[in-house]
Design a protein around this ligand. Structure first.
Ligand SMILES: [Zn+2]
Length: 338
């Protein structure tokens, strides 16, 4: 089946040896939203050997304009993004071994999820998870291809390729503040594809064995501003994440397990106590008795309750859409679960 990669192998800097390295690689895609869709599709088409994709969310209509792996039917079926991605990616290239997890990445699970992968591709939508991944990758010695975008602006920087380069933690003060999210100021799809293209190209270069001095790339597709900046001087000797005596502070942070507000999303995430696994059919009947028509699939049940959309996942997570108030979210769920 190597014939399908002929045009890629003809590209000399990549060649047959790059193709073999890609075939042997096991890539972790952190997030199955816009960036994750685009880069996972490129990697699977290019012939990556194995790919793991992880995401905590369910597909919504507002995702379709930029999350290129998904269809209207996926939204109607209320599929978790990671599961829908798995289905679509397998249809694109059946030779790739794909694994997906519908979970929230936390300090408790990230090391075991990421361990054993060749590289991590950043496709998350928030700084908290990015910093967690930065620490996890540094501790495990795995390169982390950072990428982020909002509006018409995006940036990338590969972390962990060269010891003298800074990590994400070193760069924190230099990066633009993360007050803006896709849900508050919006995003256009060309910047997603641009950032994903940079990240994927960097990953292919790395796998092909190339060494180079990475730069912090940033661009604004609406204003034609572009920068490619050497950031070696921003490496902090005392960085708690990448110095000689690292403590990986974000891996030690205690995860807020009870309730967390998903930034800019009008959504609160809750967890049932661990001993209570969620029986999806039970919740489907509760929705039905309240006059709502829930969508149930093998991963979750989603329905309306007092004008709020509530999604129960098998693993005990609950998303309450339409509020930023954890108290309100808790009382809504309590009114359902008793
Ligand atoms: Zn650092």
């Amino acid at each position: 089946m190597m014939g399908r990669y002929d045009r890629q192998m003809r590209f000399e800097p990549f060649g047959e040896s790059g193709q073999r390295a890609l075939r042997e690689a096991n890539i972790f895609v952190l997030g199955a939203g816009a960036l994750g869709s685009a880069s996972a599709e490129m990697l699977v088409r290019a012939g990556v050997g194995r790919l793991t994709i992880v995401d905590r969310d369910v597909l919504e209509w507002t995702n379709l304009h930029r999350q290129q792996l998904y269809t209207e039917s996926d939204v109607e079926r209320q599929l978790p993004k990671a599961a829908a991605a798995h289905e679509r990616l397998t249809a694109i290239n059946r030779d790739v071994t794909i694994e997906h997890h519908v979970v929230d990445i936390t300090s408790e699970n990230i090391l075991s999820l990421v361990e054993g992968h060749t590289a991590v591709l950043d496709a998350t939508d928030n700084l908290e998870t990015r910093l967690l991944a930065n620490d996890a990758c540094l501790q495990l010695g795995i390169p982390f291809f950072m990428g982020a975008c909002v509006g018409s602006y995006g940036m990338t920087f590969p972390i962990g390729l060269r010891e003298e380069e800074p990590c994400l933690h070193c760069l924190l003060e230099t990066l633009p503040p993360e007050a803006a999210t896709c849900d508050t100021v919006g995003v256009i799809s060309p910047i997603v594809v641009t950032v994903a293209a940079w990240q994927t190209a960097q990953l292919l270069r790395y796998l092909a064995g190339e060494t180079w001095q990475p730069t912090l790339q940033s661009t604004n597709l609406w204003t034609d501003e572009h920068a490619s900046i050497r950031v070696t001087s921003l490496k902090k000797e005392s960085c708690p994440s990448c110095s000689n005596e690292p403590v990986y502070p974000f891996l030690r942070a205690v995860h807020e397990t009870e309730a967390s507000v998903l930034c800019g999303r009008e959504t609160v995430q809750l967890r049932l106590p661990l001993q209570r696994a969620i029986d999806l059919q039970t919740f489907a009947s509760i929705f039905e008795r309240a006059g709502s028509t829930p969508v149930v699939n093998q991963h979750l049940v989603s329905g309306h309750w007092n004008d709020y959309r509530i999604v129960f996942f098998k693993d005990g997570r609950i998303l309450v859409h339409g509020t930023n108030d954890p108290k309100k979210a808790r009382s809504l769920v309590a009114s359902m679960t008793g």
